[in-house]
Design a protein around this ligand. Structure first.
Ligand code: GLU
Length: 428
């Protein structure tokens, strides 16, 4: 996000425009779908622990709800921008459509740094956000969930505030809640597991045995950690993990040529994904510069942190050995870099397909909340695997049939589904 020349919204619109041309989408639909339907911008006053009051800036963007209520996470980040949220809300629409769940796309954000806030301050911020948004969200309007630097506790504080305002219990108003408080088993690991289900299918299609592969990861938040867990459980070896060090305010790559022990690495990270450097050295990790994760001689790279990480400037650092890029993050590849990937032999599992496991499990969470009956973890993960595997198969088949880049094939399916819903509703 630090790159001032990159604009995620411009990137999301460029991706959309290219595919709209390809499928000859009619003009009103283009105009409708290349921008959000609604957005809310507001201030959130929060009493800080030192007695002062700080005013935070919050956003919620609802890109499209033709297929169902808007759905998507709320991010906490000091460099959050409205354009990033706009882009992310668009990607949510395509994400829900590509896995064929009856939800639209939305996203929210607060400009803040939760790493520098006490739990009490974070709770008041969550409640303040909902006080501003409560009339324009809810189970049949727009359903928030966790995202970058937000977690199940934040979601429960938000839900509690919503329920106070609306005088009732509405567990379907927010997903990603704690298990036992309306949350679904499997939700925490769902996004990371979904990434690996699609990777497993991609490797099958390429005729590669996952147990013979190595990988390098960017990020060690919730998505990356659980992706790493399942990937290693399936026999893969993670050589490097890059993550932000909040003490030093820079990223490091932790490398171990014979494979990182993910359980032990997860045990020495803080809730926001900073790994304890000294303890990592004790585990025998080499400490390299943050950007070195991309240059490892591995078979698979998984950008699982933030947007705009694979660019024309670092593409040539990717090892010739890399066969698959699996986009666990939203928007990690800049559009100009897509052109380079297209010309290479690297197979891409595009973000809104690759990381759709989180929202798919959120949908299962809503279904369980509506029934007030909760499934065992195995059942949740089995249904998740089925959804992800089917979605991958659909995109892969279209890509093969029409000779399309995987991202474009995913867009063709998603845009067509949303466009059809808009037409059926009679909006255009
Ligand atoms: N924040 C996640 C995403 O970007 C999950 C959204 C949700 O569960 O609604 O897909």
């Amino acid at each position: 996000m630090a790159d001032k020349t990159y604009n995620a919204y411009a990137a999301a619109q460029k991706q959309f425009d290219d595919v709209a041309d390809l499928i000859k989408l009619e003009e009103p639909l283009r105009v409708l779908l290349r921008q959000p339907s609604r957005e809310y911008h507001f201030t959130i006053p929060v009493k800080m622990d030192d007695g002062s009051t700080k005013i935070f800036k919050g956003f919620r963007v609802q890109h499209n709800d033709a297929r169902g209520p808007a759905k998507g996470g709320i991010r906490f980040h000091p460099e959050e921008t409205i354009d990033t949220i706009r882009a992310l809300s668009m990607w949510m629409t395509w994400k829900c459509a590509v896995v064929d769940i009856p939800l639209g796309g939305g996203k929210g954000g607060i400009v803040c740094d939760p790493r520098e806030m006490t739990p009490g301050e974070q709770e008041r911020l969550c409640r303040g956000y909902i006080r501003q948004l409560s009339r324009n969200m809810g189970p049949v309007q727009d359903v928030p969930a966790p995202d970058v630097m937000t977690n199940a506790q934040h979601m429960l504080w938000m839900l509690d505030e919503y329920e106070v305002i609306h005088n009732g219990r509405y567990p379907g108003a927010i997903t990603g809640k704690p298990v036992g408080m309306g949350g679904s088993l499997g939700r925490t690991e769902a996004t990371g597991y979904g990434v690996i289900y699609t990777l497993r299918e991609a490797l099958k299609a390429l005729g590669i045995d996952i147990a013979s592969t190595t990988a390098s990861l960017q990020g060690f938040g919730n998505v990356a950690e659980h992706a790493a867990r399942l990937y290693t459980a399936l026999g893969g070896k993670i050589i490097a993990v890059s993550c932000w060090d909040n003490k030093d305010k820079k990223a490091y790559t932790y490398r171990k040529a014979d494979g990182l022990d993910i359980e032990r690495l997860a045990a020495i990270k803080d809730p926001f994904g900073t790994i304890d450097k000294e303890k990592a050295l004790d585990l025998g990790c080499e400490l390299l510069p943050g950007e070195d994760w991309i240059a490892q001689d591995v078979d698979i790279i998984l950008p699982c942190a933030l947007e705009n990480q694979l660019t024309v400037d670092n593409f040539n650092k990717i090892s010739k050995q890399v066969k698959v890029i699996c986009e666990g993050a939203n928007g990690p590849t800049a559009p100009e870099c897509d052109e380079l990937i297209k010309k290479s032999n690297i197979f891409l599992v595009p973000d809104f397909l690759c990381n759709a496991g989180g929202v798919t499990c959120s949908y299962f969470e809503q279904v369980q909340c509506n029934m007030n009956y909760f499934w065992p973890r195995e059942e949740v993960l089995e249904k998740l695997d089925y959804k992800m595997t089917n979605a991958f198969a659909g995109v892969y088949r279209l890509a093969q049939e029409k000779g399309l880049y995987m991202r474009d094939a995913a867009y063709v399916i998603a845009i067509n589904r949303v466009a059809e819903a808009v037409r059926l509703r009679g909006w255009v």
